[in-house]
Design a binder for this molecule. Structure first.
Ligand code: GAR
Length: 193
């Protein structure tokens, strides 16, 4: 990926919709010496998202953008990204699908974390589907975002064992703990300084 790192870190925006535990882990990572990214902006479509608190705690600019009208919302976001000179977007539990029109503005510069071993279980309810199919493993994937849902080039994956006693909730917890390590690993892999 061609991005200007220079002495400055890559200006990054994180998009999220809910709890924001991946957002939190990315913020913590961004503060490490080895981190190639700086988080300049956080964006959510959900004014009740718990993750919004991290904007205040870590003093990061935040924007809440309603997705009632998708085109208008995406245009607003594009404006914000431009204003803040954002170079990289990390989707972290962002539960809206970005249009082709949006992603083409950031080709090769949008990452996503997904709670399954892609290409298995694109979309929602990944843990339930893995358990119902009696899979021995599930896991998580960080990938580039393209115009097709959960289909861009895979950067890194982490396998997690599914135990007989696992429920969708218990599996989600185990996988989420791995997601928090995997996203930073993916970023380091792409931008080896
Ligand atoms: C995470 O498990 C993430 O992988 C998933 O939502 C959760 C968000 O948790 N994302 C998707 O399902 C995207 N299709 P968080 O808000 O605590 O980071």
């Amino acid at each position: 990926m061609v991005l200007s790192t220079g002495t400055n870190r890559i200006k990054t925006a994180v998009f999220f919709s809910g709890t924001g535990s991946n957002l939190r882990s990315l913020i913590k990572f961004s503060k490490l010496k080895k981190s190639p990214i700086f988080i300049n902006l956080i964006i959510t479509n959900n004014k009740l998202a718990k993750g919004l608190k991290y904007g205040a705690i870590f003093k990061i600019k935040k924007k809440i953008i309603k997705f009632k009208n998708k085109d208008a919302a995406e245009n607003k976001i594009l404006n914000e990204l431009k204003k803040n000179k954002i170079e990289l977007i990390c989707l972290a539990g962002f539960m809206k699908i970005l249009s082709n029109n949006f992603t083409k503005n950031f080709k090769g510069k949008i990452l996503n974390i997904h709670p399954s071993l892609l290409p298995k279980y694109k979309g929602l309810n990944t843990h339930q589907r893995a358990i119902e199919n009696k899979d021995k493993y599930s896991g998580c994937t960080v990938h580039f975002v393209n115009s097709r849902l959960d289909s861009g080039k895979i950067i890194v994956q982490k396998k997690v064992r599914i135990l007989k006693k696992d429920t969708p909730d218990s599996l989600a917890k185990k996988i989420l703990a791995q997601e928090h390590k995997l996203y930073p690993k993916a970023i380091l892999k792409i931008f080896s300084l």
